[in-house]
Design a protein. Structure first.
Length: 250
């Protein structure tokens, strides 16, 4: 079995790679960070590919086809985008965030679909966000892109279901790690709060009063790819400790 994970050299993507490898998959990961790719396990196939670049993705999937095809595609690439009130978001920043976060998911699905159709089975797992369920103040581009990922997933489930292919979206909440640390710092600056106050606000906005781990997201991805989820498709599944308040405050 072969899995492709975009943005797989760090964070959630790396945790997915570890979890799929432990489940017996041949792991392929892409990333734009060559240094991080070089630190991935030697047993993984790594490629320096921009998941939002059509030509690069076409070349990648030609290579995957030559290697024997694909069983699971994890569309995980995306960026945080700016933290600002909607009237202060630059048009260029909006376009960059949406083009990368939604565009990379589209290209992954576009090129994975023919391979999975040929196999008559498979799964596409898209990384959305709780921001794609609730919306999020001061994160308009990111939230809109992640809502778009869910709309894409719902369409994929309907289009590809007759071919035995399932599509689902995982919505992480606040995930421990360097990326979320950057979000916390930017949000603290935008709101005139301390970083710790924003952190506490995120945690207290969940019923479990906690952030989640990248491994929690990865475990869900492996389940969604498994026979245990053979009839699970078109679903938006949050792994977030149950978000109660999408606008964290101190």
């Amino acid at each position: 079995m072969r899995v492709l994970i975009t943005a797989g050299a760090s964070g959630i993507g790396f945790a997915m790679g570890e979890a799929f490898a432990a489940a017996g998959y041949d792991v392929w990961v892409t990333d734009v960070d060559g240094v991080a790719l070089a630190e991935c396990p030697a047993t993984w196939t790594t490629r320096l590919v921009d998941a939002a670049n059509e030509a690069q993705m076409r070349g990648l999937f030609e290579e995957i086809t030559s290697a024997g095809g694909l069983d699971v595609a994890c569309a995980n690439a995306g960026i945080a985008g700016p933290t600002a009130r909607v009237e202060d978001v630059a048009w260029e920043d909006w376009k960059i965030c949406v083009d990368i976060t939604l565009g990379a998911a589209f290209l992954t699905a576009k090129f994975a679909a023919p391979l999975l159709k040929a196999a008559g089975a498979g799964a596409i797992i898209l990384t959305s966000s709780t921001a794609g369920v609730f919306g999020y103040p001061n994160r308009a581009p990111y939230s809109a892109a992640k809502w778009g990922v869910i709309g894409l997933m719902k369409t994929l489930a309907m289009e590809l279901g007759p071919f035995g292919i399932r599509a689902n979206a995982i919505c992480p909440g606040a995930v421990e790690g360097p990326r979320m640390d950057g979000v916390l710092q930017r949000e603290a600056a935008a709101k005139g709060m301390t970083r710790d106050a924003v952190y506490d606000g995120y945690a207290s906005g969940t019923s479990m009063r906690t952030f989640v781990r990248a491994q929690d997201i990865a475990n869900m991805a492996v389940f969604l790819a498994s026979e245990g989820a053979a009839r699970v498709s078109g679903q938006v599944i949050s792994v977030d400790g149950h978000t109660e308040n999408p606008d964290p405050k101190p």
